[in-house]
Design a protein around this ligand. Structure first.
Ligand code: SAM
Ligand code: GLN
Length: 320
């Protein structure tokens, strides 16, 4: 079977689909077509309209290699090297986590908070991976500045490539480091409008039962280095310092972690308007919280009597 010559696009599609089907993949025809399109750099419509299109020996052998790797459950996105996120095309490869559609929820909430332009505003993205959150925030909010970190230097190389591809490299600063420690000396205190994070939140036990594709992604992108709630606590603590009064914290998480994480935010007086956000499948997928006014936290009665010059619209509404 493997030695069958692949002379035309039609041959290749038939051969590729049958191998993927034998390997137990759910949508073999579609995946074979996507892989062939990436080899031939054409649209699916072209492929179906001209099945007699000739393949060069190089194209045929590249396609064979991709089909075999897909049979070994390498994620399709690592083979095509593309994933769409927030209507933008991102380069992805084995160095980084593949953006998931549910993460768009965080970006949409952040954009609502930032307004149209983002002039004078600053967002922080913790664990940026391929840069999908940082780049799409900067792209859709054309004067926003974004600071993004990751522990993985390899992932940051991918993020830089994506910043350049979408021409936001002047407004997105990438830094290697462990959560907030990455920004040590950057004077972040009370300067940030939005903190967004999609940290690793899969447990070692869960990793054993995920789809085989997920195990090809970098382990540090999936499993937190410490107990998940402890990792989120670090994110929350740093965010409470970095955010301006009225600034927004947005974190993605597993639905199973919400009952542990939501009370942490609710119990701390630095947070208000704690909300659980559901993804398109209806699962509880993210938490949002607004940074309480510092004077209210420290000296509530006086602040309320005198009014606080630094109150944002949200805070003013809440205390009215
Ligand atoms: N933000 C990207 C997205 O939403 O697709 C990537 C998210 S991925 C689930 C988590 C990312 O956090 C990975 O890129 C991983 O390298 C990074 N990471 C893990 N531990 C970290 C730490 N202690 N500090 C900073 N980044 C970390
Ligand atoms: N949602 C991812 C999965 O499919 C996990 C993402 C994460 O750990 N942040 O496993």
């Amino acid at each position: 079977m493997t030695d069958r010559p692949l002379r035309t696009a039609g041959d290749a599609l038939r051969w590729g689909s049958s191998l993927l089907r034998e390997a137990g993949l759910g949508d073999p025809g579609r995946e074979a077509a996507i892989l062939l399109c990436s080899v031939l750099e054409c649209d699916k419509a072209v492929l179906y309209a001209y099945p007699e299109r000739k393949l060069s020996p190089g194209e045929a052998s590249l396609f064979r290699r991709l089909i075999h790797r897909r049979c070994a459950r390498v994620p399709l996105q690592y083979l095509t090297r593309r994933q769409e996120f927030m209507s933008l095309s991102f380069h992805v490869d084995e160095r980084c986590f593949i953006p998931r559609p549910e993460t768009e929820l965080l970006v949409e909430e952040a954009l609502k908070h930032l307004g149209e332009d983002g002039a004078g505003k600053l967002a922080v993205d913790l664990g940026t991976g391929c840069g999908c959150i940082a780049v799409s925030l900067a792209y859709w909010c054309p004067n926003l500045r974004v600071w993004a970190c990751d522990v993985s230097a390899a992932a940051l190389q991918v993020a830089l490539r994506n910043c350049r591809a979408h021409k936001v490299q002047d407004r997105v600063r990438l830094v290697k480091g462990d959560l907030w420690a990455a920004f040590a000396g950057w004077d972040l205190e009370e300067r940030v409008d939005v903190v967004v994070a999609n940290p690793p939140y899969v447990s070692e036990e869960e990793l054993a039962s995920v789809q085989p594709e997920v195990r090809h992604e970098p382990p540090e992108a999936l499993v937190p280095p410490v107990y998940a709630t402890e990792f989120y606590r670090r994110i929350f603590e740093g965010a409470a310092v970095a955010l301006k009064d009225g600034g927004l914290l947005l974190v993605e998480t597993a639905p199973s972690l919400i009952p542990q994480l939501e009370p942490i935010l609710r119990q701390q007086p630095v947070w208000m308007e704690v909300r659980v956000l559901r993804d398109l499948a209806g699962a509880e997928r993210a938490l949002a919280a607004t940074r309480e006014c510092r004077r209210c936290v420290e000296r509530p009665p006086r602040c309320r009597e005198l009014g606080c010059g630094r109150w944002t619209a949200t805070i003013q509404t809440r205390h009215r």
